[in-house]
Write a protein that binds this ligand. Structure first.
Ligand SMILES: *Cc1c(COP(=O)(O)O)cnc(C)c1O
Length: 429
């Protein structure tokens, strides 16, 4: 469904007049990459030149089934015709205005997000350009939570072990991984990390010096780890009792990824804030902070936060187009159907020890530490997958993935596992 397997070759577009996209091997591009781009991402796995639906092609003409979707970003796959036409026409009409002004797409998107999030009266939206920026805004919101009943300042922010909230300084302070944090200390203070999924530890940690608790309903970077069913409820109770904010990071899990608009939807709670980004713009950079209810929305007032690009007409039009396509094309149903199907089939594959996740955010574990080698073997076999841990593979494909495409991967998986096992053994010698 909705998969467009053809798109115009890049060199037929005006981009081809600026960059010679054809006729250069991947290896040639990578040599230029390493002498011109900062090494923070390591060596890129491939040089990609074109995409259509769930497929992408590299500079050497090889085709891949994209089961990572730009890390949960390409919700509608690549080059979706409706999103592409909305972005192009908005850019040709009004591309950018400063935040001294507003535009119809910005307002319409904010209204739409409040409906999707089932946000109560008085709820508001702030637009950013990425997930980390949405979380920076949420961090500042938390700092504005007034002193507790005791009059003590709320200096403590709680996040979970395994958490990933972004790479800018505030979001990095919320992120748990030492290797990401330590080189950049001191980070903004007051953040403590508590054990994942442990309700007693949470209740013990939240007190009247706590300004906020940050949670991902499913930790993506930690290998697709869903919080236990009652955890969000317990977190809501504990934060409400202490006057702390409950802030849900749905940057990866939001906008249909789990077959619902928000992964937290079924928990039956109203958070104080939700952050969004990744899939929201269907591939175009846009992030958002939604604050729930009047009290929370009033915590950041005029002049206390801002951004030049945030909420620009093109980004907000891209998000409106994405939401419209998801809704009008039955994509949430597709996510549930194909997601359930794929997870069931993965569980039957020899060498797969556990399958986790919801909808099309899927993690599965292997018997040995072969996941990094599986990424390479997957590419050789024509599949883009990701290893957030040595034994774990993450899939976050476009939400338009078909069961046939899922089958294609499952059929190839035994050979990918076999080849990765052999390679890992060889590397260990
Ligand atoms: C990716 C991610 C972020 C950071 O988003 P960027 O757009 O990379 O800054 C934050 N939180 C979660 C849960 C994410 O998955």
């Amino acid at each position: 469904m909705n998969t467009i397997e053809k798109s115009p070759a890049v060199d037929q577009s005006p981009v081809g007049e600026l960059v010679e996209t054809q006729g250069h091997a991947g290896s040639e591009w990578l040599a230029r990459y390493s002498s011109s781009l900062m090494g923070v991402f390591g060596t890129p796995q491939r040089v990609l030149v074109r995409g259509a639906g769930c497929l992408v092609w590299d500079a050497d003409g090889k085709e891949y089934l994209d089961l990572l979707g730009g890390i949960a970003v390409n919700a509608l796959g690549h080059a979706h015709p409706f999103v592409t036409s909305v972005i192009s026409s908005q850019l040709a009409t009004l591309g950018h205005v400063s935040n001294f002004f507003t535009s119809p797409t910005q307002i319409a998107l904010a209204e739409r997000l409040l409906v999707i999030a089932k946000a109560p009266a008085g709820s508001k939206v702030f637009f950013a350009n990425s997930g980390t920026e949405a979380n920076e805004a949420a961090f500042k919101l938390a700092r504005r939570n007034p002193a507790g009943a005791s009059g003590k300042p709320r200096t403590k922010i709680i996040a979970l072990e395994g958490a990933f909230h972004g790479r800018t300084m505030g979001a990095l302070a919320l992120t748990a991984k030492e290797a990401y944090r330590t080189p950049f200390e001191p980070l903004p203070g007051g953040v403590v990390h508590i054990p994942f999924g442990d309700i007693d530890a949470l209740r013990a940690a939240v007190d009247d010096t706590t300004s906020a608790v940050f949670l991902e309903p499913i930790q993506g970077e930690a290998g697709v780890r869903p919080l236990p069913a009652d955890y969000l409820k317990a977190a809501r109770e504990a934060t409400t009792a202490a006057g702390a904010l409950l802030i849900l990071d749905e940057v990866q899990t939001g906008i249909g990824r789990t077959g619902k608009w928000l992964a937290s939807e079924d928990a039956g709670i109203v958070p104080d804030a939700v952050t969004l980004a990744k899939g929201l713009g269907g591939g175009f950079p846009v992030g958002a902070l939604i604050t729930f209810g009047e009290a929370t929305s009033a915590m950041l007032s005029a002049g206390q936060h801002g951004t030049t690009f945030g909420g620009n007409p093109v980004a907000t039009a891209a998000a409106l187009a994405t939401l419209h396509a998801v809704e009008s094309q039955g994509i949430l149903d597709n996510v549930r159907t194909v997601g359930d199907y794929l997870r069931n089939r993965l569980a039957d594959v020899d060498g797969v020890t556990e399958v986790r996740g919801e909808g099309l955010l899927i993690g599965f574990d292997l018997e040995g530490e072969i996941a990094p080698a599986m990424v390479t073997a997957g590419l050789d076999a024509g599949f883009i997958i990701n290893s957030p841990g040595p034994r774990t593979i993450r899939l976050a494909p476009p939400l338009i993935l078909t069961t046939e495409q899922a089958d294609r991967f499952v059929a190839a998986l035994p050979a990918i596992i076999q080849s990765a096992t052999a390679q890992t053994a060889k590397d260990a010698q």
